[in-house]
Design a protein. Structure first.
Length: 105
């Protein structure tokens, strides 16, 4: 199930004054699957979001961090990967990838 679009207008509530009101805000977020912006004195203060949104935000931020760190790597100076010598593959008599045959009986 994909989360609803964040491009739609978000719901807004005034800052809950009591635990019961806060529980109603949480129920509204869970039931609708949409964030709700909490206001204080008429100004937007915070957002209560479904957990799936938090997971998406964390994943996006982690991806951005990986991209940022990859940009910092001097790829020209990174060591070349070590590969086995081609002779290993060319020499059929001494192939390290084939099991040794046991003694002939």
């Amino acid at each position: 199930m994909s989360p609803p679009s964040l491009l739609e207008e978000l719901g807004r509530v005034d800052e809950p004054a009591a635990a019961r009101e806060y529980a109603e805000v949480l129920s509204q977020v869970v039931a609708a699957g949409r964030p709700v912006i909490v206001r204080r004195n008429g100004e937007d203060l915070a957002a209560v979001i479904p957990l799936v949104y938090l997971e998406l935000i964390r994943e996006i931020l982690a991806n951005r961090e990986v991209e940022r760190r990859a940009e910092e790597i001097d790829w020209a100076r990174s060591p070349e990967p070590h590969r086995p010598p081609q002779a290993w593959f060319d020499d059929a008599e001494d192939d390290p990838f084939q099991p040794d045959e046991g003694p002939e009986t």
